[in-house]
Design a protein around this ligand. Sequence first.
Ligand code: AMP
Length: 285
Amino acid sequence: MRAVTSIADWRSAAEGFRAAGHSVALVPTMGALHAGHASLIEAACRDGHQVIVTIFVNQRQFNDASDFARYPRTTEADLEVARAAGATLVALPTADEMWPVGTATTVHVGAVSENWEGADRPGHFDGMASVVTKLLAITGSCTAYFGEKDFQQLAIIRRLVTDLGLPVTVVGAPIIRDDDGLALSSRNVRLSADHRDAALAIPAAVARAARGGSVTDIEADARDLLVAAGLTVSYAAVVNAATLAPFTAGDTGPARFIVAAIVGDVRLLDNGPAHITGDHHAARH
Ligand code: AMP
């Protein structure tokens, strides 16, 4: 495994893989790699690609400066995780090269980015879409792997790849959880033991949605679980899995339960399938 910092080296490595007849996979990350990231790298290896992992803590997608400052940075350990998972190349671009002085281009994806995270974190998705577009542009033709953990992000990336006609196949990979059910996140290291216990209400809410019921019942029960554990709920909603719009009686495709909640000063995301049964807006009895 090779590590590079310059965009030129990264681009020429990707071109070299393709020239040698290999397919290329891209696994974009912000570092602090854990088993969730490793699962993406491993999936890309299993699919037969030369795997490029990028590690870049993208300042433009942090709407909160202190969140950016506190974001964990563990480069040496990250390189080891990437190597063990089978990466061929790790690109560690610099902020100066990713966002050169005078940067004036922003990628804004409409509709699907407006609700939920988009509403709660102004500018976040523009920063994310801008960096992902640049990562894909540098890498060139590839299969790009993203976690379902960030479900709205994945939907936005699918949309932008389609809309811009990028030579990219997007693969969504399942959420990796700790033994207690909490979805792995680089932010989990900031949870105290008590807050971590309270945070288990989040996977409990996801499990509630999977058990099924009306939209109204699922959303109300989920909110009750989160509030009872002392969490501040940003949203806990059943949505159309493709458009991320609130799920309505007219929806025929799959429904997804998405949740964001704050425990202590850590904001956590989770989601899972919602099984909508009966009169989908029937109130609980
Ligand atoms: P991040 O470093 O948080 O930007 O995440 C990089 C990629 O890893 C994104 O595609 C995330 O959705 C994915 N990811 C993060 N946590 C998990 C997890 N627990 N399971 C699966 N994928 C994850």
